[in-house]
Design a protein around this ligand. Sequence first.
Ligand code: CA
Ligand code: CA
Ligand code: CA
Ligand code: CA
Length: 850
Amino acid sequence: MKTREEHRHFAKHHLTQPAKAIRCEIGQRRRLTDRRSVEVFSFSWMPGWSYCTYGRPAISGGPDEADRVAREHGFVNLGNVFGDYYHFKHHAVEKRALSSHATTHIRLQKDPQVLWAEQQVVKTRKKRDMFEDPSDPDFPKQWYLSDPAHQDLHTKDAWAQGYTGRGVVVTILDDGIEKDHPDLINNYDPEASYDVNDGDSDPQPRYTQRNENRHGTRCAGEVAAVANNDVCGVGVAYNAKIGGVRMLDGDVTDVVEAHSLSLNRQHIHIYSASWGPEDDGKSLDGPAKLAMEAFLQGITQGRGGLGSIFVWASGNGGREQDSCNCDGYTNSIYTLSISSSTQSGNVPWYSEPCSSTLATTFSSGNPGEKQIVTTDLRQKCTETHTGTSASAPLAAGIIALTLEANMNLTWRDMQHLVVRTSMPRHLSTGDWRTNGVGRKVSHSYGYGLLDAGAMVALAQNWTSVGPQHECVINMLTEPRDIGNRLVISRNLDACWGRVDYVTSLEHVQARITLSHNQRGKLAIHLLSPLGTRATLLFPRPNDISSEGFNDWAFMSTHSWDEDPQGEWTLEIENMAANSRDYGVLSQFTLILWGTGPSVVNPASSDFPRPSNNSCKTFDAQQICIECSPGFSLFLQGCVKLCPPGFTSGPQLLNLSLENWVDLSSVQACLPCHAACLTCSGPGPVDCLSCPSHSHLVLSSCLHQNQVQRKSPSSGGIQREKDPELSGEGPASDSDSGGGGSSPLPTVLAVLSGAFILAAFVGLFLLLHKRRGRPAPSWRTTLPSVYSHSRGIRLGFHCSQHSQSKAKICYKGLPTVWGDEDMITYESESDSEEVDGHSERTAFIKTQSSI
Ligand SMILES: [Ca+2]
Ligand SMILES: [Ca+2]
Ligand SMILES: [Ca+2]
Ligand SMILES: [Ca+2]
């Protein structure tokens, strides 16, 4: 059996070189000892009864010798392959010989000029390595999968490496899926499907005259339409399993979203969603309590703890100058946000720029540019699927291919792979900037076009990134007037010396609370220490709201892999200021997500080495025994800050010079108490953080069961939140990852535990305030956006928004962007679809609030 490397080697050569030239290229070869001899050599999947002979052309008569040997034994010399190798074919064999022709072989080997010969055998791996284009009638029209100029998503590269989505399960959260569509039926997975709207297991779309509910079926075909079946085209992951959740064809409430996002999370690997708050350029909305918990449980418990992968369309509000950072679903770190490019590599008119977008796939563009080819309602095919809605499923398909290449990838690994492999070239925008680690990144495209071939190649040997660290810093000591421009800068150590020390960034969030008479006038930028400037908010002219932002967590992916230590700067600008404008920034919390040093090892190079530069006293062996003021003794040197797990404190001077003993003490790094992981002092009540088996209460580490049940993530949000979601009635999923069925006593215990914890935290913060010290930043992880008051968790169909007074509308993103001014173009591009422009709103639901 060959390794994958060898497979690839074969495939590469086979695909790129003339067949004859390579058939003998790989295999054992022996050194020629007799320079007049001919060595027959072989190895390959060559059909037929073939030999390769080996000789030395440099020796006169070498090729002649090869011809003679071939003639004598009944072969045809097909010629010199390369170097000294010759390729023979036997007359007597008419077709593939799977059994060895022993006598011919022996006769050939007995020839004194032949050192070695081997029959070619057909390798079964051929089927996997030899990739041929799918035969589906619409495949040639799928320009984004296979383009002669290779300006496509490189899906053929992934297919040629043998990845087609086998064993991966994707579901489409939308308006249903036509499960008996001839191009879907063989990949349809009822385990990945549900009808949340009607509460049954059949997600078949509701058929109407105008075919409003065709969207989910179109998205499903992009992911996993069957290949080589003479129907329509193919999906990106044409051997993946595909399901659909019917949830947009009815009232969408928090519980409907949560149910959909948490469906069968031990079975479904990837959830693709192309919906969100209305793209009107003024909405500001995101997941409420249950949906947020569904995300959290998904990333911590889904896929056996590796994390569900949520792929999200960034939004279609380009014409309304909407910002996808004002959409809490796509702005979330837990969703892999995808934007669109037109066929010619331009920003489509519907595209929304924002700093949370990770990457891009193709979709529709201007009239004349091609659109997406996929399955359609009523067992049809279509060539006119459009918008950012069409981009997310293409990404979900590429992620399915990547998961097949490595099923051990975590949800964060997947985002790392996307950042590393996406292609900025071919995509045009004036917005490309090079970030602090040298990558091109744009607010319209993220890191560029997804590259399926590169994704699967990198995934195969990917080592999972370390645990997620969350460093929370309160950047504001007092409210600040925004005026026309406000700049806040602070130098950060990125939680150096604590468990949440971040050395390499992933997502960055700026949690902002501000008041303003018209928030849509504001632009907000965040500058990293390495100079990367992310625009957290572009002005939104339609947004005339005077509600400001209430702990909104603006997210940026633009500083991925940067070292976050150094000066961070927030700029708020009023882009249309007049003298009547007013505003106050009252909260700015920076959250650095990423990885820390691989092991908290004080001696590792991740921490400043103790040096002798600040040493005050050396002993007789020139070992430092006392440091200058402001430094602490550590590992026989001096450090400004003690490493994690240590705290600076007095230590008896270790000095005995002949008969004189000094009893004074020096400042040194002392180990924390055994109960603490990091600490502010040596005692058991000086803990700053705790080992995994215990939990911080006040400044002591208590065992987990004293406070709260185990939370699988180290993230602060999880610490503060009750991860139970099980009591939500119809939302009970069939996962086996624990926390599934929760009896009432557990709920009560958790509630009371949380109450005690909250009381302690409150008391502690109060004490800190009284003592005139700012609360330590790691205390400020309370996610106030989502930390609504607890209640009995029953899923009412009409959930209540405790926070937002505004009417909140959701809608399925239209697949055809026909406003009145677009109708002429539509009729050109989509003549068969009489209902084209009428399907602007797949669904609208008002979520009332009290
Ligand atoms: Ca149904
Ligand atoms: Ca097909
Ligand atoms: Ca939007
Ligand atoms: Ca996202």
